[in-house]
Structure formats: C-alpha cells, structure tokens
Unconditional design. Structure first.
Length: 370
C-alpha cells in the first residue's frame, strides 16, 4: 500500500475523520447499501459525507433515505467535493476503470470493489495510474479481513495443524445456476467480467492465500454445463456465456497441495467447505453460501489425539468492529473489518488491506500468468 503523506494519511494519523463518498449507493438494495453503508457507520474514523448515482433524482432519493446531504447525479461532482477524502467505487464491473480514473485524476484515494477491472489489462492500467498519483488505494478483497480467517491464519502460523499437507475448497456461487433474478442478468455474460471465476472463486482464493500463502503453478479450468438460466420473474431463458464450473489445483509454498471446485447455483449438500489438513491437526471453515467474504463463517478444528473437529471460538481480539453481528450483518461484517484495517494501514504504513497493485496481481493469478 502506498502511504505517501497524502491528505487521507494525515487525517488518519491526526485522529480526524476521513470523509467518504460512495459511487453507487442506491436506495433499493444495492451492494453498497447492504455492505459499505453499515460498515462505514460501524467503524469510527470514517464519515459518509456524499453519494452519487446515475441521476440527480435517484441520488436525491438515496440521500434522503440514508441521511446523506451531499447527493450528486454524477461521479465527477462527487470527486470534486472538498469534503470527500476517500472515493468508494461500488458499481458494476464494466464501469470500474472509468470511475476510478475520475477519482484518481482529482487526486483522491480510492477503494474499488472487486474485481478491480474488467480483465487484467484494465486492472494493470488502474494500478499504474494509482502508483503515478501516489495515493493510498484499496480493493474490495475483504475475505482476508474476516475475523475467522484472521484467526485461522494465526493458528496455522502458530503450528496448530503442524506442517500443512493439503487444502481443499468446495463452494457454490449462488448465481450462475439454473435461475437468475431479473436484476442479475449481467453476471451471466462473461464479457462483463463478473463471473463465477472472478467473484466467489477469486475472493476465496485471496482469503486462502492470506492464510496459507499464494498458491504456485495454479492451474485453472473452466467448464460450461449450463448455457442458460431461467429468469425468476418472467420464466424466460437467459443466455449464459460465463462458465458455471471452476476447477483449480496448485501447490502452496512448502509443497502442500491445494485444490478448488466452484460450481454455479446452490446445492442441497455443501455450499462452502474449506479444509486445511496437516501433520498435527485439521482446520475446517464452513459457510451457508460459497462467498466467505459476505457470509457468516464457522471455524472448527481438531489436533493431537482428537478424532473429530469441534467449534473454535474466535477470540475477542480479532473482533475489531463489535457494533456488527457476524450473522445478522454478514454482508457488511468483513467489509467493516477491512475498513478498520485500512485505517490502521494509513496510520501505521502497513499493508493489511489489498491495494490496486495487489488487485492487479490477483487478476494475473486467475488469468494464467504472473
């Protein structure tokens, strides 16, 4: 993370609140409304001061609903606001690069949702521009900030499982299954960059890498077992060009084997299970959906003479945003912990939250070259 002496760093180190403007904070169940809004309100040090949507009218409605007085009909107006220090880009993937460039050109720090860009070329371009501007950035790969994953990372480092032998992930994407909501058609089109590979698989890959290290020689295969999904409102088929099966394998630093299988839709069986198997013990992380970055995560473990895994309670020290509940506030929970870590990064010059350079590297890892 770039921690140059920018305005946002000065604010964080002085204890003053950082003014946030969110691009894409709508009034009708947007991702920003379900995650960033409660997260920002739960983390001292940030203040939501502005929002923008696709029109002045919709922005005013959203501003009234969320109690945000500065409501703009364009991103250009938002980034020009002197009260905004951090711009959050929380819109569909094809618009990320354009809006990030607007914010960077205004000299603002940016937190961009994941995927960073619509493909590797866009992500690398955004990372270069951010580096040239020398402003702190963050990308929304928040799984690693979830307290359950942070605790698992320390357990592994402290030798709970001994030497790691292998790790296996099985997950369901939720989307990319047999049905699709009327507002979600865009994820079925691979050209939009919001796929089973780029969203649930990549969020999980990044979380796993934060616990066990970056997989080496990662081989990824895609398959399309479905070519359409049924719209839940109209009952009509919608073409699907995005793959609905992702299978990957590689080796962790030290030689342990890593395998992944993500499938579209949901299953009556396992929707998320991640096992870490070692010479001295095992860890198991489970969730009701295949998106650990937005779901309650259960951690279990067993070692030594134990023949089964049992629940492991995440110590209070890892719960750094106590205002949120890991189940009731699941979409915002890891996001809030990422904001909390980002504040620490700004104050201390650390790199706990992925920046744009990390985001570009993650794109390279899923597109087959490093």
């Amino acid at each position: 993370m770039n921690t140059a002496e920018s305005r946002i760093v000065e604010l964080a180190r002085s204890g003053k609140r950082i003014g946030v403007g969110v691009i894409g904070l709508g009034a009708h169940g947007s991702w920003a409304e379900r995650s960033h809004l409660p997260a920002l309100r739960a983390v001292p040090g940030f203040e939501l001061r502005a929002l923008s949507t696709s029109s002045k009218q919709s922005a005013e409605r959203s501003g009234q609903q969320h109690g945000v007085s500065r409501a703009f009909g364009s991103a250009a107006e938002l980034v020009a606001c002197d009260e905004v220090d951090l711009v959050v880009v929380a819109v569909k993937v094809p618009y990320h690069r354009e809006l990030v460039e607007v914010a960077l050109s205004a000299g603002k720090s940016v937190l961009c949702e994941w995927p960073l860009g619509n493909g590797l070329a866009e992500a690398e371009d955004m990372a270069r521009r951010a580096s040239d501007r020398a402003v702190p950035t963050a990308v929304g790969l928040q799984a690693r900030s979830h307290p359950a994953l942070a605790y698992a990372r320390d357990l592994v480092a402290d030798g709970y499982v001994g030497e790691v032998l292998s790790t296996t992930v099985v997950g369901s994407g939720g989307a990319w299954g047999g049905t699709v909501g009327p507002g979600d058609h865009y994820v079925l089109d691979a050209a939009n960059g919001a796929t089973l590979l780029t969203i649930p698989f990549s969020h999980t890959l990044d979380g796993l890498a934060s616990v066990l290290g970056e997989p080496e020689e990662l081989r990824i295969e895609l398959a399309s077992r479905r070519t359409s999904a049924v719209d839940t409102e109209s009952g009509q088929p919608v073409p699907m060009t995005a793959a609905d099966q992702v299978v990957a394998s590689g080796r962790l630093p030290g030689g342990a084997v890593a395998t992944f299988h993500y499938r579209g839709g949901t299953t009556r069986g396992t929707n998320f299970r991640w096992e870490i198997n070692g010479t001295e013990g095992d860890l198991v992380l489970t969730a009701p959906v295949g998106h650990p970055q937005l779901s309650p995560v259960t951690l279990e473990g067993g070692r030594a003479t134990s023949t089964e895994v049992a629940p492991l309670t995440v110590p209070d020290a890892y719960v750094r945003v106590p205002r949120l509940d890991p189940r009731a506030d699941a979409p915002a929970y890891a996001v809030a912990h990422a904001y909390r870590q980002f504040l620490d990064d700004l104050r201390e010059g650390t790199s706990g939250v992925p920046d744009f350079a990390h985001g570009a590297a993650r794109h390279r890892s899923i597109e087959g070259r490093r």
